[in-house]
Design a protein around this ligand. Structure first.
Ligand code: AOF
Ligand code: ZN
Length: 382
């Protein structure tokens, strides 16, 4: 049972029991966490170590898989400045891990350092790594979880959803005219959206682990599928370039140029694609089209979020952004829940949550879930 130091009582402590210094340290830890990369298999985590008076002894954040976790980085920083960690409080944005993965367990490192109190935001949704809070409690450490859980949940929205579902979080990107078309009648498509909207989309590419397109898009558009800066140079992180479909890829072309590794998945099965990418520890997949691939992901109920750029352009003819979804009547429309609507140059971007997110393993139990997995929408899915 979590119990407060200095309160003398036996009641469990909740988030209300944290000190102002601990709350400020959590805000700082959240800011530190954001210094880590948005892409990659691991979450963004920050940690601040405080002494009994609430003064900072050390700070750390996680810079990506294979590098020290936030807690270990903070302990190292505190030690480098000669600080004594006996009796210290660790403030961490994620429950410390209890496992040995690419690196050792943070819970043990905190116990060994002599930390007396842990304040953390989110429970680790990764079953392999979770359990650090219990481990620390068992070692006599005073533990408070759930502090600034909403902010930490926002920060880890994509990573946590991917880990819970056991498959990549899927963002579907659309870029269309005001009448929903992605090319003119002759197939010409460069450009419908503005340079500003395209730069916005490149920033999104630089945050994901993989970009997927269909073979039809490769054959029609010869895309490079790279993340580029506003100056046109390659961004430091390049996502995997995934091509889905059975047709052979042309030799050469822009996909043969510099950028992320090219992975051709000769299948039409969306779950096969997701399983192949999950095996490569892809947490965030950006599906960029064309209309057939977009419809396949939507029909399978495997789109978590839609990022739609809409340009004030009318075409009147030409292909729609999404192919047939099997929606025969308005009541069957796939309705999204908008999270943000922003101006991007002359265009608008709508960011919306999609229903039919893959239930976590524990939820895979009811016929309604089977329907959702088959892409059949029920009212409960909304
Ligand atoms: C923490 N602090 O800073 C991070 C944690 O392979 P590893 O050793 O890097 O472990 C990765 C898992 O550890 C990751 O999936 C997540 O559950 C947790 N990440 N935990 O206590 C950190 N990055
Ligand atoms: Zn750890």
């Amino acid at each position: 049972m979590a119990e407060g130091t200095g309160t003398g009582g036996s009641a469990p402590r909740g988030p209300g029991d944290v000190t102002p210094a601990e709350l400020a340290a959590m805000d700082r830890a959240l800011a530190l966490a954001r210094r880590g990369p948005a892409h990659g298999p691991n979450p963004r985590v920050g940690c601040v170590l405080l002494d009994a008076a609430g003064r900072t002894l050390g700070e750390g954040w996680h810079e990506g898989a294979g590098t020290p976790h936030a807690e270990v980085a903070a302990i190292a920083a505190a030690r480098a400045s000669g600080a004594d960690l006996a009796g210290a409080t660790a403030v961490v944005t994620l429950e410390p891990c209890a496992h040995t993965g690419r690196t050792g367990p943070c819970a043990e490192a905190l116990v060994r350092a002599g930390v007396a109190r842990l304040v953390y935001a989110l429970d680790d949704p990764n079953p392999a790594a979770a359990g650090g809070a219990a481990r620390l409690r068992a070692a006599g450490v005073d533990v408070v979880g759930g502090v600034r859980a909403e902010a930490a949940g926002d920060l880890l929205r994509v990573w946590a959803a991917a880990v819970r579902a056991g498959r990549p979080f899927v963002t579907l990107k659309l870029a269309a005219s005001l009448d929903g078309r992605v090319a003119a009648a002759d197939g010409s498509a460069r450009w419908i959206t503005s340079a500003e909207a395209r730069a916005h989309a490149h920033a999104l590419r630089a945050e994901v682990d993989a970009i997927a397109v269909g073979t039809g898009t490769v054959l029609a558009d010869d895309p490079a599928l790279t993340a580029r800066t506003a100056e046109g140079t390659l961004a430091p992180h390049q996502p995997l370039r995934v091509v889905v479909g059975r047709r052979a890829l042309p030799d050469g072309g822009r996909l043969a140029g510099p950028g992320g590794e090219v992975v051709h998945l000769p299948t039409h099965d969306v779950d096969e694609v997701l399983a192949a990418l999950a095996a490569r520890e892809v947490r965030h997949l950006l599906v960029e089209g064309g209309p057939t691939l977009a419809a396949a992901f939507l029909r399978a109920g495997r789109v978590d979020e839609v990022v739609a750029y809409v340009a004030p352009v009318l075409l009147g003819a030409g292909p729609a952004a999404v192919a047939d979804l099997g929606v025969a009547t308005i009541g069957a429309a796939l309705r999204l829940a908008p999270r943000a609507v922003e101006r991007v140059g002359p265009d608008v971007v709508v960011i919306a949550d999609a229903p039919g997110r893959t239930p976590g393993p524990a939820d895979h139990q009811t016929p309604a879930d089977d329907q959702a997995r088959a892409g059949v929408r029920t009212e409960e899915d909304r």
